[in-house]
Design a binder for this molecule. Structure first.
Ligand code: ZN
Length: 328
């Protein structure tokens, strides 16, 4: 695991060697997925799912969120879930930690990395966090201090970075400004959230270039949704622009409770399939990853949108006799 306390003096994690074919797939299904489900998944089942995610070869997992249990009752068991997980030595557990109160709750858990959160649009930030962007940013220092005092790495995320369902396009400069505020707090790991699926190959490239030019020391992570069917196309552009870390949800779960029309994240197993078939190394076992998506489907009792989970790996061949042939 390469995460280290973000002192600003550590080497940036952005892969610069083109021969480096390693990609980190970050599973966020138990957080971004389960937070909008009406089904309250039992704590023990969440733990089972995270253990299966670890067994599939995923090293980094955004397990839950320490948002107010009143706002998101689906994740009220954040501490219990983290404590129940069977971690491997290289497992890295993350959670959203949006304020000091959340950091207090996270402090005594086995959390490795806490993600600060702000939206790139005022309207979404107010809906999501109930305050304006400036007030959110002003509160971050105290949250970061609390996390570091508990020996939890401080990371950060920017929601609706590629567009807002209330305000439309978000200017790159605004995202750069927020990223700079995070960097000033010593954060060197920032996730760009396409919360409502408004990222396109063109604005993914544009925003990443603007950010890399302004903050070359920061590693950017892409958190993409497939709302409009271009999630994996955006991944390919991210790869071209040097991104080596991607969030994804088993089975394509997810959405945003505070954004109309927001649907699923890119699917973990579809992402793993794309990356492996393109010669990237993920360390994830595709069959096991499909198994996790199946577990999610069984848990929620409805069909999920993942495609590779239906079709299976490319070279999983079928017996000729088992398939009907057209007559004549
Ligand atoms: Zn999301």
């Amino acid at each position: 695991m390469t995460h280290s306390a973000p002192t600003g003096a550590t080497a940036p994690r952005m892969a610069r060697d083109p021969a480096d074919r390693r990609i980190t797939v970050i599973e966020v299904g138990t957080r971004d997925g389960l937070q909008i489900e009406s089904t309250l998944v039992p704590t023990a089942r969440k733990i089972e799912i995270v253990n299966a995610i670890i067994d599939s070869g995923v090293r980094e997992i955004e397990v839950t969120s320490f948002v107010s249990p009143k706002a998101v009752p689906q994740l009220a068991d954040a501490a219990e879930v983290l404590e129940g997980i069977r971690k491997r030595p290289d497992t890295y557990l993350m959670a959203l930690v949006p304020n000091v109160k959340a950091a207090d709750r996270a402090a005594d858990t086995p959390l490795d990395g806490g993600l600060l959160l702000v939206s790139a649009s005022e309207t979404h930030n107010r809906k999501n966090l109930n305050r304006d962007i400036a007030a959110s940013l002003a509160g971050m220092g105290a949250t970061a201090d609390r996390l570091r005092a508990a020996r939890i790495d401080v990371m950060a995320a920017i929601a609706v970075a590629f567009g807002c369902p209330f305000e439309g396009d978000v200017p790159y400069e605004r995202v750069v400004g927020i990223a700079r505020a995070y960097a000033d707090l010593g954060v060197d790991h920032i996730t760009l959230g396409d919360t409502t699926g408004m990222a396109t190959p063109s604005n993914v490239r544009g925003l990443l270039r603007a950010l890399k030019a302004a903050l070359p020391q920061v590693e950017f992570v892409l958190h993409l949704h497939n709302t409009r069917g271009v999630g994996l196309a955006n991944v390919l552009v991210g790869l071209e622009e040097g991104v080596r870390r991607f969030d994804a949800c088993a089975g394509g779960l997810g959405g945003c409770p505070f954004a109309p029309g927001a649907t699923g994240n890119i699917c973990t197993e579809d992402l793993v399939y794309l990356l492996q078939e393109s010669g990237w190394e993920t360390g994830v076992d595709l069959e096991r990853s499909i198994g996790v998506a199946m577990m999610m489907e069984e848990t929620l009792g409805r069909r999920l949108v993942g495609q590779v989970m239906r079709a299976g790996p490319r070279l999983k061949l079928h017996a000729v006799d088992a398939v009907r042939t057209a007559q004549g």
